[in-house]
Ligand binder design. Structure first.
Ligand SMILES: [Zn+2]
Length: 266
């Protein structure tokens, strides 16, 4: 069994065939999906998707850094109530994005720090987004990892969150692992130019990764330019197995165990 730990199935790209996409992935062994509802307008949709697939889909709820300028106190209290729902597995995705113009570093950190206490309040991990800017000074990973040194969530298990779509350096990965974070590995692992990422994932090892697609974006190399969806998880798992010199079943077993350790069984 495989777990898709990061989908955006409520994206309009899936309006015509959302149900079929989930069933097709299940047919390929992707039996559990974490849907990331990271826009206030997606929270209710996420809950509905989980209700439609109660044995397969759960949600992360949060405000992505693109909502830096629009998250009102009313929306914060709505987020609090979504985090209390039975379908809520995690806070997310939350974090820092210096690639696009999503607000200043201070504004983005303020949005992140306003949401982080929900993890301790609801005993749930966080799904983190970090994307560096175009200059070395715009280091989202450094700022996120520094901010998380003050994070008060202390779960019973060994993991506190995941650095989704990991794209940082080995030093960033090492710092993340030391903070109890997993690395989210997706289609970018298969891109020709990403030898550095493959080396980082090799060093981190199977004990420290989970699989994801971030669909509808970032399909694996074989489907560049097409819509991504959770049925690509087996292909990503196979690439990880090849590069780590291990078997497909070990990758499936370990990444599934890691996901359950992080999110709890569902
Ligand atoms: Zn995402």
């Amino acid at each position: 069994m495989l777990i898709e730990t990061h989908s955006h199935l409520n994206d309009k790209a899936f309006n015509a065939d959302r149900k079929e996409v989930i069933e097709r992935a299940a047919g390929l062994g992707v039996l559990k999906i974490v849907e990331i509802a990271c826009a206030p307008g997606e929270w209710a949709q996420g809950e509905e998707l989980a209700a439609a697939f109660p044995d397969k889909v759960r949600c992360a709820f949060g405000a992505h850094p693109e909502y830096t300028k629009t998250l009102t106190p009313e929306l914060m209290s709505a987020l609090d109530s979504f985090m209390a729902k039975p379908c809520a597995l995690a806070l997310g995705e939350v974090g820092l994005d210096y690639w696009w113009d999503m607000g200043t570093r201070e504004e983005q950190l303020a949005l992140l720090e306003a949401q982080l206490p929900l993890c301790a309040k609801f005993s749930k991990p966080a799904v983190f987004h970090a994307r560096n800017g175009k200059t070395p000074l715009q280091n989202a990973y450094a700022d996120l990892l520094e901010a998380l040194k003050k994070w008060s969530y202390r779960p019973a298990g060994k993991f506190r969150g995941v650095l989704h779509c990991f794209s940082g350096s080995w030093a960033d990965a090492r710092a993340g692992l030391d903070l109890g974070l997993l690395l989210g590995v997706n289609g970018t692992f298969t891109y020709k130019k990403n030898e550095g990422l493959r080396e980082t994932v090799r060093k981190a090892g199977l004990d420290n990764i989970v699989l994801e697609t971030d669909c509808p974006y970032l399909p694996p190399q074989s489907a560049r330019g097409k819509r991504n969806d959770p049925s690509f998880i087996p292909e990503i798992a196979a690439m990880v197995a090849t590069h780590l010199g291990t078997g497909n079943s070990q990758v499936a077993d370990k990444t599934t165990a890691n996901a359950f350790e992080l999110f709890g069984q569902f």
